[in-house]
Design a protein around this ligand. Structure first.
Ligand SMILES: NC(=O)c1ccc[n+]([C@@H]2O[C@H](COP(=O)([O-])OP(=O)(O)OC[C@H]3O[C@@H](n4cnc5c(N)ncnc54)[C@H](OP(=O)(O)O)[C@@H]3O)[C@@H](O)[C@H]2O)c1
Length: 278
């Protein structure tokens, strides 16, 4: 039996689908079962990674876990996983984590590193999927794209190699169901470095209408985004965007190595997500 956490999210949803398609028994941990829409045959259990008392029931009879990183949840999760006799855990982590740093560069990297650390100290075998920028980070542009042809955002030249959530899920399922991935740290990205403006162009091509990226000054963008984003995420994002301008994002071949198939292009992601932008 596999437990998928974050099962209603972008990546977890695909992990559930792929495990079910392989004929595996799947349990999904969700905070609100009434709102969770999951494939037939998936056992839904109410639970919360930040409420350790909910984990024993969720982990009963589970051998493998796909773990979504909830800040501060690592130590209690590892204790519960050990009690339940879980054999392997695949963590969706971040490529911001720096193994050589005494202190992580930002709070997002720090909370992922803390969960990795807890897993390293526990009994279940672990695999870390250190994801680069996800293609889903383009979804906040959807409102502007549905309303017109202009995306107003900061740092047109900020680079990333966006990864399709389905590729992350496919790698997760390989690591959960096949041997040889224990103790492995996998950096993951999409197949190419693109600027934010190039990503907007590709979304326009998927929609069949040209889109324009209109660059906002960092000051104006920060003021707008601070209305819906906590300062620690905002600061990290702006720092990363600024530093990336003019520097291509690293591209890794991990998806192809583990799945035997090249990582999906951002153009493919945009085509898959046309409904979100229409
Ligand atoms: N965005 C990036 O560029 C990037 C880069 C590297 C790594 N990552 C990692 O990837 C994650 C995003 O993955 P995603 O896009 O699949 O997530 P998502 O679509 O934002 O979904 C969040 C999921 O987490 C679950 N969740 C949230 N808090 C929870 C809690 N306390 N206990 C149990 N479940 C909880 C939610 O489940 P319910 O609401 O159903 O309970 C939901 O299924 C980030 O949080 C980060 O760890 C992201």
């Amino acid at each position: 039996m596999f437990l998928v956490t974050g099962a209603t999210g972008n990546v977890g949803r695909h992990v559930v689908e792929r495990l079910v398609a392989r004929g595996e028994k799947v349990r999904a941990l969700v905070r609100d079962p009434r709102r969770a829409v999951l494939p037939v045959g998936v056992e839904v259990v109410e639970g919360d990674l930040s409420r350790p008392e909910t984990l024993d029931a969720a982990l009963d009879c589970v051998t493998g876990v796909f773990l979504f990183a909830v800040p501060g949840s690592g130590p209690a999760f590892v204790e519960a996983a050990q009690r339940a006799g879980v054999e392997r855990v695949v963590l969706l982590s971040s490529n911001g984590v720096d193994d050589t740093a005494a202190e992580q560069a930002n709070p997002i990297a720090a909370y992922h590193a803390e969960i990795e650390q807890a897993l390293r100290g526990g009994k279940p075998a672990w695999t870390f999927l250190r994801s680069a920028h996800m293609a889903t980070n383009a979804l906040p542009w959807a409102g502007q794209i549905r309303a017109g042809d202009v995306v107003r955002a900061p740092y047109a030249g900020a680079t990333s190699a966006p990864i399709h959530e389905a590729d992350l899920a496919e790698v997760a399922v390989v690591a959960l169901t096949e041997d040889g991935h224990a103790g492995q740290v996998y950096p993951l990205s999409g197949p190419a470095s693109l600027t934010a403006a190039e990503q907007v162009t590709l979304i326009g091509e998927a929609l069949g209408r040209p889109l324009v990226f209109e660059e906002l000054t960092p000051e104006v963008a920060r003021e707008q985004m601070s209305r819906f984003m906590p300062p620690f995420i905002l600061n990290t994002l702006f720092e990363q965007w600024e530093q990336s301008v003019g520097n291509p994002a690293p591209v890794y071949d991990t998806v192809e190595r583990l799945t035997g198939r090249p990582a999906r292009a951002f153009a493919q992601w945009a085509a898959d997500r046309v409904a979100d932008f229409s």
